[in-house]
Every structure is written in structure tokens, then in C-alpha cells.
Design a protein around this ligand. Sequence first.
Ligand code: HT7
Ligand code: ZN
Length: 877
Amino acid sequence: PKAIRLQDYRPPAHLIDTVDLQFELGEEVTTVRSTLGIRRNPDRPDAAGLPLTLDGQRLDLVSVALDGTPVAPDRYTVTADHLTVDQVPECFSLETVVRIKPQENTALEGLYKSSGNFCTQCEAEGFRKITYFIDRPDVMARYATTITAEKARYPVLLSNGNLVASGEHEDGRHWARWEDPFPKPCYLFALVAGNLRHAEDHFRTFSGREVTLRIYVEPGNEDKVDHAMRSLKKSMRWDEEVYGLEYDLDIFNIVAVGDFNMGAMENKSLNVFNTKYILAKPETATDNDFLGIESVVAHEYFHNWTGNRVTCRDWFQLSLKEGLTVFRDQEFSSDMNSRAVKRIADVQGLRTVQFQEDAGAMAHPVRPDSYVEINNFYTPTVYNKGAEVIRMIHTLLGPEGFRKGMDLYFQRHDGQAVTCDDFVAAMADASGVDLSQFQLWYRQAGTPDLSVATAYDEAARTYRLTIRQTVPPTPGQPDKQPMHIPVVVGLLGPDGADLPLRLTGEAAPAGTSRLLHVRKAEEVFEFVDVPARPVPSILRGFSAPVKVKADVSDADLTFLMANDSDAFNRWEAGQILGGRILLGLVADQQAGRLLDLPQSYVDAVGAVLRDADADPAFAAQALVLPTEAYLGTQMDVVDPEAIHTVREFARKTLAARLRPDWLATYRRHAGNQSFSVEADAIGRRALKNLCLAYLMALEDEEALSLCLGQYHGATAMTDVIASLQFLSNSNAPQRDEVLAGFYERWKGEPLVVDKWFGVQAMSYRPDALERVTELLKHPAFEIRNPNKVYALIGGFANGNPVRFHDATGSGYRFLADQVLRLDPMNPQVAARMMGPFSRLRRYDAARQALMKAQLERIVATPGLSPDVFEVASKSLE
Ligand code: HT7
Ligand code: ZN
């Protein structure tokens, strides 16, 4: 397969202004008749005389007509990927008729079936599997879509825009015609036909437009849509209040389907969602599910402006819409819940997943410069590092400057397909801030390392921060330039309060948190009038996606844990301290020394625990030890076994030494409170379940009885699944019976069964792989359903480092087997499972060799998809 390069971008030779689609949906064959209004692109003067080239894959072409006249077969060519028509005029209509078989489409891209219903997924390049088209986002057209199908099986017929006509035929078939007034790229096209029920609500926009909101689900799920509907209305209001952005049609539909490769899709006025991000009630969904739904519903809704009204010129610009929209959904969730807890969760995700990607074979810039398969680039780098890049712009411009930039961006580019450079230019022009060096964040891959050295001069009352940056080499980018890094800092005085900050050369102190611009490889910042040696709080709010090493002592970190006014850094201080101690223990473990957890650390954790009721949600985050994955990112050579042993040792030690506090805190929060998804209530449940997790680390009788009591007594899934997880990790005699009972109770709810698969896949018992292998044959496991694959295979490969990286290589063999099994059915999902292999160089030589052997087996397999080939071959380079 050939790489596509950003530097080769050229505008399309032809443009398509109008699209008229007629779908005859059938059980055996579906016919798609398309009439395209096409013209030569005036921006491509060389296009005169060029043939028209349309993309199309797996289409059975029936006929081609130009301006109403059939095109002779010697005037067009059909290959596996294209239809080429010679001698086309400057402006014309082209009608094609093709036949497709959605019922055989297991890749879930293009038109396919989920639980007997028709649905589509066109991003990134799925439209070409439905009909011939110029399938690239800079071709924007107005769509009209007529759907005809058997009424009894498919009573609901939906597409983008407004329903303009409908009717019935005598043979039991019916039809609906939809028109979308907004020009859009074909990746935003959608069609749904099925037997669905809907919930309806309404929203009045600020200009007084009454919008009908509908959420469609399969029959039986109507009782699980309230939270999604509430989230949608909150998102609509928030976008009006924060960005002045109003919804632009009279109808907004969401359809939830059980078979979906990703989370959801922002098709214009017809969002299609994975059921995981719509269906929820307290008995079946956890607090994280509720929060996930709120943020994904918001994310897709926000795309209406950042993605749909202004879209991407080409797929290299994916972060233009994804980074920006993730930033917007993060801010929305922060406003709806606890800002600090949301930031902590986002940074944890970034550091464990994106930092690992940045350090592996698939590392790429936020705006990649080449790809083999675009589906492999819907990554944490494009989404989450992309959101951090937007957040840094927000920090550099301030909220008002940022809003001005957004206004200018829409003023300039509404209705256009644009680039990340266009976005940055709007931000710079609106604010006057120079972002030229900053643009390197889009071009350079790799996580920058910052080292911070501090020096207090008692006599001069000055405090100096020397900040050095290096950006590590990544595949294809051996040498890097220094970046423009916004570093927000504060200084704490001996009483724990923030000091007013004055930099050398400034007339007076200004504020207690300062934005420092690090632009060169080394910068020195000197604060004056500092009365005593302060404790520095560096990178407040995680103001840049970098790794920091600072010469801050353990005692200073303990002080920051107790006193930092920046909640994120209060948490961060605990993580740095915990990380330092655990990594020290990993070295002890590797050297065969006895493990011992310093009492000072136990005391620091105890202090946070005893103060937990002041902010239970924050405490629940602050009391979690750095994860195994995060600890791995801090090591030159990851040792999954030692990390696991040490972390478990630390958990058990903290559990034992602080047992009365865990128990008392658990008891205080375990009372029968009525269920709510308010941030407060979520925080209390998180804290309670964390206490139970520590108690269960001891596996004593009292803990077991509390855990079983919670398992049998709880009604909220958050509490049920937490206790199930602890039991599943334990040697409790009741373990198998409880797991079996859970399945019996919930076998009718696929999303709950996914949790059951996940809990077992992530169990760190030594028999985890054996159990996972058995579960592949369980009647509830379906290899064709991405949610099941993500839960069981993904849960094991990504969520169970110690068992996946077993020194025998059994985990690697298992994963390669599953990838090869999945690839012919669903290449996108198969490639997504390969993540752990792309990080092989982070492990010891023996593990590297074992992973390489599996990758070589994969690469040597005939008929491999470009998706899996790209990840496997790059991982071997
Ligand atoms: N923009 C959507 C991307 C998406 C997708 C991409 C490739 C294959 C399947 C897909 N489903 C959805 C999701 C989003 O970021 O909102
Ligand atoms: Zn998105």
C-alpha cells in the first residue's frame, strides 16, 4: 500500500454542487441511484481535458449516464477503486446506478446492518462504498436523499436535513425524501432505516427557533435515553452561552446502534451513536458511563460548528475539527461537573495513552504529514494532544482573545473546508498574539521534556527557575526545534499561601499564577522580592502536554499536596511523589532488595484520606496510586511484572497501615443515599469504592463481607461493578458464583455484558488469559461486534499489562491470533487492537523478540488489510 502525503495536496479537478440519491433498500441487494451536478474546478485551470475520476469500492456498477444519455462503455473505466469517465464537459450531470450488499458488510463502514437495521458510517472514506463520488472533504455539495424500503421491517427512514415528502407504495414498501440545505462533505452523509422507537423533546434557540430533538433506539431501550437527551439540551445551551453558536436546522436526530467502530458520528442533523454513549439508567450504567454520554453527546453536537459548518480541507487536517471539538467538550464537562476532577481525568488519559503513542512506532504529529490508511489516524495524538494544543492557544490568548479568535474563524470560514493553519491564523489575527513558533506543535511529534532547576538567593531575595526543553526524536523526525511552551507557575510561601509574583524588570507584582513563555532550549526566569525560600508549583493546570522533571524535594511535594491552591497541582504533587517512591521500589524489586514503603509517604496519603470529606471527588483521584501504565512511561525499559508487584505491595501496605481510616471513610459514604449523577454524588461513590478497593487489597474477612454486601445490596451499577471487579481480582470462594450470577442477571443487556467481559479480561489473577480464551467461545461473545472485541480482547491487551506482557509471550500470541481473525471482517477494529505491539521498543530484548515474531507472522499473512499492514510494518521498522 502507498503512503499519501500532505505535501502532495492539490485541489480536486472537479467539484460536485448537488447530489440526488435514491436508495432502494433490499434484503439481498440494495440499489443506489446517484445524480451528481458536477463542474470543473476553477482553481484547477489544468483540469480542462482531464477525465472525471470518482472513488468507489466494492460497488457493482449497473449504468452510467451523462446529462441523461447513457455513456458508452469505451468512454469509462472501472477499477477496484475508481470509475473514470473520459471527455467530460465543463459542467454536467452524471447519473450512476450501483448495487451493494449492506447485509454482508462486516467492516461497519459505508452502508451496513446493525441488529437488522440499515445504517451508515462514512467518515473517513466510507461514502465510496455506497456510491461513486469524489470522496474527499473539500468537495462540498447539497444533498437530497430518497429512501425506499419495506414498511413493516423498516418503519423509520432517516437522512440528513429536513423531511420534505413521504409516501407509500402498494407493494408494502414506503419512501421518504430528505433534503439538507447545508453544503457538506460526503463523510457527513447518513442514512438510517429500521424498526426504532424514539424519545422526543424540544429546544428553543436564542433567536427563537424551535428545534425538535429525537433520540432513536431499538425497542426495549426507551427507558435509557433521558440522560442523553438532557445532555443534548445542556450542550445546545452551553454552545450558545459560551461561543454564541446556535443550532441551524429545525430537527436534530440521534440514532443509537449496537454495532459501531467508534463512539459516535456527527453526520449533519443525524448523529449516529454507539449505544454505549446513549443508553443509561442507574441500574445498568456506571457514573463513568453517564459522564461519557454527557461528553460524547456534547462532542458530536459541537461538531455542528467545529467540523460541519467549517470542515477539513483534507484528512491531514483532522485535528482541526477533532482537537478543537475535544477541547470544547472538555470545557463543557468541566462547567457541568468538577473542573479539577475533569482536568485530572483528561491528563491521566493523555499521559497514559497519548504519551505512550508519542513514544512508539506510530508516533505522529497532531497534523500528520503522511498516512497509508487514514482510519489509523483517529488517534489520541490527533484528538487529545490536539485538544491540548487548542488549550495552550486558549492559555496564550486568554478567554476573551480566544473567543475573538473563534468568532473570526467562523466569520472567515463558515461553509468552507480549511486547514489548521487557517485556524491558527484566525487566532493570531484576532488577538495580535504571535503564534508562529507555536505552530510547531502541529508539525513536531514527540512529548517535550522539560527540566526545571530552582535557586533561591536569600541575600538578594530572588528566586530563579531555569527551564530547559528537549523534544525527543520520533520516526521520520530525528531533529527537533525548540517549541513555544506556556508554563504556568506559582510560588508558595512557608505558610502555604501563594506569593504575589514579580519578575525581574517588572514594576509591581502581578497575580499569583504566572504564564511563562518558554521558547528557547533554555530560559531563565527570575522572581524578585521573594521573602523566603518558596516551594514552586510548576505547570499549573497542566498548562502544556510535556513531561516535567524538577528538583523539588519529597518534603516540598508533600507540602504542595497539602497546600497548593491549584487543585490540579495538588493532585500532581501526590502523583510525582507516589511515582518517585514506586519507581524506587521497582529498582529494589529488580535488584532483589526487600520492599519497604516510607512511613512519610503513608502519612501523606493518610492526611489526604482524613481530609477526604472536604472534596470527596478530588480525594478519590488523589488517593489513587500512579497507574501501572503511567509508571511504565517513566521507565527507560518497562518491567510490567516488577511494576505490578510493587504497586500491589504499595496498595496492600497503604491498606494495612491506614485500615481504620479506609474503613471509617467507606462506612461514612456507604449509607443509602438516593441516586443522582450530580458531581458531588459521583465523587462520594468514587471515594467509597476506592476505600473498598484498598480494603479488598487485604482480602480479609471483613473486607470480603463488606464487598459481598455491597455487591448484593447495591442498585447502582457503579457500586455493583466496583465490587464485582474487586471480587474478580480476589481469591474469594464466592468469586465464580458471583461472576456467573452477574451474567445470568444481565445477559439481556449487551452493554452490561460488555462490563462483565471487561472485568474478567482485566483481572490480574494469573489465569486471566485462560479465562479470556474461554470467554471467546461464550455465547454472548461476538467477534463481529466492536464493543465485545474492545471489552474482552482490548480489555486484556490494554487494561491488563502484567498478564498481557507475560514473559512466555502467550499474551502476544493471543493478540496476534485475534488480529488475524478480525482483519478479514473488520480491518479498522483489527488495527485498533495492535496498539500494544507498536510500543514494543519500550520493553526488554526478550519481550521485543517475542512481539516481533508475532508482528512478522502478521505481516507475512496474505491478503492483509492496509490498516493492519501499516501498524504492523511501522512497528517492525
Ligand atoms: N468524527 C467521528 C469519527 C468516526 C470515525 C472515524 C473512522 C471510522 C469510524 C468512525 N466513527 C466515527 C467521531 C468523532 O470524533 O466525533
Ligand atoms: Zn469528533
